[in-house]
Design a protein around this ligand. Structure first.
Ligand SMILES: [Zn+2]
Length: 350
């Protein structure tokens, strides 16, 4: 609409100039003014159009859809009284929270980083069809999938690769005992657990999902602990593979022109597994919710089964580092992961 108004104003201006110069003896002056007019028009369009449309073009690599319209079609009612650009939709089993110009949403109280921010178009908050298809709908309406029998656990780092180090706290020292504890608890719950490493050895990143593929595992769970500036961050994150041609969460909107990876074949199951694990970890550990996130981590790219990477807390946080070093806390974390896997299993059972 803004661009059309500029064209109308510009054309009126041109007609006015031509009318004034119709009888002017200096035709050259008239031509010069016409050129100035064309140049000004080009500059106006260049200045206004990108700012107005680029946001919608980036977000609408597929298309954008009015959230209100989508909610109406899915039996969700808007909740009145949202402030600071926040708005909610609910029904008996679901509560969704969004914020204008933000990719951070909440699905049933769990933080989820969308691939694209919610954008206002003609006053209507809009969501990308990519996020409906690859994030929101697979969580709200799980598709039937194979129930996993074998689960591949991937203790992050090992050997010469220490992972994050913060004083005496070394990441690889905690990922292996967590995986071993989790393997025991998964076996007790009826699953077969296999590990990409059982000792403090170095395993190449690409070998980890390859091992899971060779063993025909039904799920792949990579276990890590996080690092940041001291005291800056704490809490739990679960990552799954970024959908094709979309931005990873920590890339701040930078879109990688990435074609689908083998792991993208499981996009719907990846996000559901990540959601159920994030929900269970936050609920059962009382950990801060840093949200379900997207990344193209090497270990997630080539997995032929639903795959996630858990960042189970920050070694750089003075409270969380002590918890992570405590076997009792890691046992609770393993129990929370088992509950998340069971919830996922329940969801995909047809
Ligand atoms: Zn790590």
């Amino acid at each position: 609409m803004q661009t059309i108004s500029i064209f109308v104003i510009a054309i009126r201006l041109r007609l006015w100039i031509n009318a004034r110069l119709k009888s002017h003896p200096m035709i050259c002056l008239r031509m010069k003014l016409n050129w100035i007019f064309l140049l000004t028009l080009t500059l106006l369009v260049e200045t206004v159009q990108p700012g107005h449309c680029r946001a919608s073009q980036d977000v609408a690599r597929t298309t954008t859809i009015s959230l209100r319209q989508w909610a109406g079609q899915n039996d969700l009612t808007p909740v009145a009284g949202g402030k600071d650009g926040q708005f909610e939709f609910t029904n008996a089993s679901t509560r969704l929270t969004f914020k204008t110009n933000s990719p951070l949403a909440e699905i049933n109280g769990v933080r989820v980083w969308l691939c694209d921010p919610i954008i206002p178009l003609a006053g209507e908050p809009c969501v990308s069809s990519l996020d409906l298809r690859a994030t929101i709908e697979p969580i709200l309406v799980p598709q039937p999938a194979k129930v996993p029998a074998t689960i591949c656990l991937d203790p992050g780092h090992g050997g010469k690769d220490t992972g994050g180090v913060f004083g005496q706290f070394v990441e690889k020292q905690y990922t292996l005992p967590l995986a071993q504890e989790l393997a025991g608890q998964l076996s007790a719950a009826g699953f077969r657990a296999i590990l990409t490493r059982t000792k403090d050895t170095f395993v190449e990143l690409e070998e980890r999902p390859s091992f899971a593929n060779r063993k025909k595992a039904g799920l792949f769970i990579s276990l890590h602990f996080n690092m940041g500036a001291p005291g800056e961050a704490r809490g739990v994150e679960v990552y799954c593979l970024t959908p094709a041609k979309s931005a990873s969460t920590n890339d701040k909107g930078k879109i990688a022109n990435t074609s689908p990876l083998p792991g993208n074949r499981q996009d719907a199951q990846n996000v559901l597994l990540a959601f159920e694990l994030q929900k269970s970890l936050v609920k059962n550990l009382g950990a801060e919710d840093r949200g379900l996130r997207r990344a193209r981590f090497e270990v997630l790219r080539s997995a032929k089964m639903p795959a996630v990477l858990i960042e189970g807390g920050f070694l750089s946080d003075s409270v969380e580092q002590k918890k992570i070093a405590d076997p009792k806390y890691r046992n609770q974390m393993a129990a929370a992961i088992v509950r998340g896997v069971l919830a996922y299993q329940h969801m995909v059972k047809s």
